[in-house]
Structure formats: structure tokens, C-alpha cells
Design a binder for this molecule. Structure first.
Ligand SMILES: Cc1cc2nc3c(=O)[nH]c(=O)nc-3n(C[C@H](O)[C@H](O)[C@H](O)COP(=O)(O)O)c2cc1C
Length: 226
């Protein structure tokens, strides 16, 4: 084994504790305003903002640094129309046949149904693909480690970056999503992970009245006694 090339950690920054507190509190307060939006405006969004948010997503940690994700940014009307038609067909099947009563009950507070007009209204759809494996230039397969976790992390950063830029998103998962490979020309080595709808909210957009768990409900601290 050859020695890995190492560099000094020059990008790290430490802050005084009070500043740490302020920074994380400001970040939390900003993220706490994020809501999934299902009513979008058709107002255009500059492409460079989407590109920078994608660059942020590309900084995500990934298993063995293999960066097993691919993002397809769709603004073309024809592709959006095809995606909407295919997604609504799957969603009709889901709501009418495939969804269990428990699943439908869990979705009830959200007020969702098979109709997905936002897939055409919103200026951007970002189809996130997970690369099950990569390909070397000579065509040989490269195994990817933890592609699901890695792509989930990259997508979380993308949603956060778009929110911080002042855009609204909807995490959409029409199931199954195989149609995205066909419409967007992605290879069989890539599995559609989710479809992110991006834009400004419609004027007077409304969101479901749902809550978030408190810290104590989703966190356990294992600490030494004082
Ligand atoms: C993996 C995943 C899949 C989701 N799929 C859908 C979906 O297909 N349709 C939808 O309307 N919302 C979908 N959502 C959005 C959730 O319903 C939403 O995040 C949740 O209700 C909490 O609301 P909030 O994002 O406003 O806090 C999905 C969210 C996640 C993380």
C-alpha cells in the first residue's frame, strides 16, 4: 500500500464559545422556518442559485469519498410534463390500490392526493439519483459504499442550501420512480432517490398544521455523572 497524500487542515475554523452558540442558534432558527411546500409559483429562479446549492450538496461526506449521487436539474417544459404524467399515474395507483390503510392514515394530516400540478408549475425539478455502483473509464464497475446514506446526506444539504437561499422545496417520492431513468436518460446503475420540487411558494400557499418532536423525544444523552 502506498502512503496516502495528506494536507494540513487549513479550512477548519474555531469560534469563541459564545459565538458558537450564536451561530448554531441562528442556524437552527432559520432551519426551523423550513416547511415542505406543495403550492408553487411559476416565477423563474436564477439558475446560478440552483448551481451553488448543488455545489453545497456536493460537499457532503460520502462512503469512501465515492460521492455516489447524480442530480438532474429539469426546467424544460416538455420533460416536466412527462414527469408529471408518469408521477400522477403512479400516485393514482398508490392512493387507489397500493397504499395500506395505515399509510393512508399517516398521510391524512398532510392532505396530499394523486394530483401533482406543482411538477409543471415549479421552475425547477431536481431528480436525485443514487449511483448503486460507479464505472471506470474502461467500463469496469466500482463498488459504492453506503450510497443511500451518502445520497441522503447530500440531499439534506441541498434542501438546507435552497432554504437558506430563500427557496421552497417539496421532497417528492412517487413510488416507484423508475420512470425518471427513462424520461431523463439515466443508466440502470442509478436508482431514483427522490424528486425535489424547487421554486417560490405560490402566493397564499398553505401548509399542514403538523408538529415536530421536542429534542427530549428524539435525543438521548449518555453522560458521566457530575
Ligand atoms: C423521504 C421523504 C419522502 C417524502 N415524500 C413526499 C411525497 O411524496 N409527497 C409529499 O407531498 N411530501 C413528501 N414528503 C414531505 C413530508 O411529508 C414532509 O417533510 C413532512 O410532512 C414534514 O413537513 P415539513 O417538511 O413541512 O416539516 C417526503 C419527505 C421525505 C423526507
Amino acid at each position: 500500500m502506498t502512503e496516502p497524500r495528506m494536507l494540513p487542515l487549513e479550512s477548519y475554523r474555531e469560534y469563541p464559545v459564545e459565538e458558537m452558540r450564536e451561530r448554531v442558534e441562528r442556524f437552527y432558527a432559520d432551519l426551523a422556518r423550513r416547511r415542505t411546500v406543495r403550492e408553487f409559483s411559476d416565477r423563474p429562479v436564477p439558475r446560478d442559485i440552483i448551481e451553488t446549492a448543488l455545489k453545497a450538496a456536493g460537499t457532503a461526506p460520502s462512503g469512501a469519498n465515492l460521492q455516489p449521487w447524480h442530480f438532474v436539474v429539469v426546467s424544460a417544459a416538455d420533460a416536466k410534463r412527462k414527469i408529471r404524467a408518469a408521477a400522477e399515474a403512479e400516485e393514482r395507483e398508490f392512493y387507489e390500490h397500493r397504499a395500506s390503510p395505515e399509510w393512508l392514515a399517516a398521510l391524512q394530516p398532510l392532505g396530499t392526493d394523486a394530483s401533482k400540478p406543482f411538477l409543471e408549475t415549479a421552475p425547477y425539478l431536481i431528480a436525485v439519483f443514487l449511483q448503486k455502483y460507479g464505472r471506470l473509464e474502461d467500463g469496469r464497475k466500482v463498488k459504492h459504499y453506503y450510497p443511500t446514506e451518502s445520497t441522503g446526506l447530500a440531499t439534506g444539504i441541498l434542501i438546507t442550501a435552497l432554504h437558506r437561499a430563500g427557496l421552497a422545496t417539496l421532497t417528492h417520492t412517487p413510488s416507484p420512480m423508475k420512470f425518471l431513468n427513462e424520461i431523463l436518460g439515466r443508466p440502470a446503475s442509478e436508482r431514483p432517490f427522490l424528486l425535489l420540487v424547487v421554486g417560490y411558494p405560490a402566493e397564499a400557499a398553505r401548509v399542514p398544521d403538523i408538529g415536530r418532536k421536542d429534542l427530549a423525544e428524539f435525543t438521548t444523552f449518555v453522560e458521566d455523572p457530575l
